[in-house]
Every structure is written in C-alpha cells, then in structure tokens.
Design a protein around this ligand. Sequence first.
Ligand code: FES
Ligand code: FE2
Length: 388
Amino acid sequence: MRHERQVELLRRLQGVDAPRPGPLGAASMHNPARMYTAPEVFAAEERALFGRMPLLAGLSGELAAPGSFLTTLAGRVPVVVVRQPDGTVKAFVNACRHRGATLLTAAAGDGLGKITCPYHAWTYGLDGCLRAFPGAEAGFDDVDKATHGLHELPVAEGYGMIFVRADTGGGAFSADEALHGAHAELADFGLERYAHIESRSHEWAMNWKLVMDTFTEPYHIPWLHKDSIAPYYLFDRWIFDAYGPHARFIGTRKSVFDELAKPDTDDWDLLPHATIQYLLVPNAILVHQIDHVELWRLVPVSVDRTIAVTSVFAPEAPATEKAQRYFVKNLDVLLGVTNAEDFPAQERVQRNLASRALPEVVYGKMEPALSHYHTAIHKLLADAGELV
Ligand code: FES
Ligand SMILES: [Fe+2]
C-alpha cells in the first residue's frame, strides 16, 4: 500500500477525541434469520452468487510453475485451474467427459504433464484437449476427440489473483471487473510475487456467511477474545470503504495511536498496526497482516455446513527453514484464535437461528461492513431474479 494512501487512511483515525465508536454507518440493518438457515435461500445463493459471479480461486503463487494446479468448487461445479506451459492459466470443469469421474482429487499439486482420469485413464492435455483413450482406442473410434475435451470455464488472472466463473454464458471477464475498483489499491501489494506457504481446511456446522461475518467487525474483540487478542486491538475504531459489492475493512492495533503521535506524517506507517481485509463477495477474504497475507476461501457444503480453507502467503519464498516456520506459526496463531473462539461461537449462532426462536439479527451502525456485505448479498440475489 502506497505511503500516501496509508497516511490518508491514518488521518481518518487521527485524534483520540474523535467520536467513538466510529465512524458509524448510516443506519442499523435487520436481516431475517432465514438468510442463514433456509435451504431455498442457500439454493438461490448457489445459483445467483456461486453459479454466476467470478470467484477468487486462489493467488498466482499457488500455481507457480507450468503443470501446477488447484481444485475448488464454484457452487456445485467442480473446478480445476491449471498453469499452462506458456504461463497463462486455464480453468476446467474437473470432471471427465467419459462418465463424469473427478479428474484431480487433490486440493493442489504440481508437475502435471497431462491430466489422466483415475477411472478409465482417458487422457487430456493441460489445455483440456482429449488426447487418448489408453488401451481402448478401438472401443471409442466413433467418439470425436475434438469435441470431447474438458469443459473450459472463464478465468482471469490479474494483480496476483485468479478468478473463475462457473457460468460459461456472458463470455470472458477481467480481474478488474471481478474486483469492482479494488484493483488499483490491491495492485500495490504486489501479490503476484507472494509465495504460498500452507493451506488448511476445516468444516464447520454453520452457514458460509457466518464465516464472512466473523471478520466484518472488531466489536466482538474485547468480549469473545478477552483471553487472547483483546489487549492488542481496538474495537471501536475502524476504516471501511466499499468497492461495489466488495469492501475493504481495516481493524487496527492500539499501537496505531503511537504512530499518529509522530509529528511528521512522513514517519507514519499504517501497515505495522493494521489488519487490512478485502471482503470479496461472495466468499473470499484477502487479509494483509503486517508482513504476510492470509486468504480465506469458503466452500459452502449445505445451508448449515461450510468448509473454510485458510492459507498463508509470504512476500517471497522463505530462504530458510526458520523463516518458513515463522509464517507457519502465523497460520497456527490465526487458526488458534478463530477455531477456538470465533467459529465455535458462530456454530452456536447457527443452532440458535435454526431453532426459529429468533426471527432476525441486527447489524448496528458500528458494524458498517457487516451491513454493506449483507445488503450486497440481498441486491445480488434480487438482481438475479431470486425471490428470497
Ligand atoms: S470416467 Fe474418466 S475415463 Fe471413464
Ligand atoms: Fe474474532
């Protein structure tokens, strides 16, 4: 993030006398509990959000070399993204054109020279073209290889991010379009240079949006995190900006006031004191955390089950084992807090909402990113003609 941008953002926090909590949103929002619990809402989200929107599949550093790949789900559509020999990426439906077997079952890998189906070994090039029916050419000599390549999906790579869309209608899209104006600031982070350290998955008994909600307000920190991170973080000051449906939400450490006390703004730095979160609708959160990047990708399983994939990236490949351990430790600490404190609480929220005892939840003026996120979800569903 450019220095002048950091100063501009810090100025918004300037002055401990500024009203706190703040800056407040325009109004509180009430959201029906069924947005988290109703199977028909979930089905509408699968169609309108996961089925139609560009989704952040991963960072470029996860596909560092030709033949590296990652797999994911775009709603119900199984997806594989593959780095090509020419350095571009392609995305395909991760299912064999013969009888539908999953082609690549690992979450990620590298060194692929071709894609071979584990069921009957139909073999595809990295470009998705069907190359051979090993041992059975005569048995399929009336099946045209040219029309039985993998189904290709629209994909866009830019600013170190890879977006995939399950919907093949509407043609190509760009990373700029997927980012709705957040690209200019994200470009400054140089994400294309970041190295993937590790990813971990965990399935939770809660609606996928509750994972997003976890990160959209610092209000809970003094209470839910009283035994862990509360001493270090502000809960009543934040920096929030919207980029179309997306948002950037910055939580700060209490140490930020030491920075603001420096008389010369040339000496001001936001990054050492900030958790800078890009909330990418529908299901990804990219976090710049002082000296590394964390990425959350959510895979909805059902209305009340979600796989959260958490990854950590370093600004460059660690040169030593000690440096590698440092970044892995950051992932340990992050998941130590979320998996012991945030998500168990959210699982209880899910059970309470599913009991139908509460008709709605409230997002206060001091939770502006939360209101923005859910307003965006409602608008996207309405724009897609989904009546929820
Ligand atoms: S299903 Fe893939 S080769 Fe038969
Ligand atoms: Fe939290």
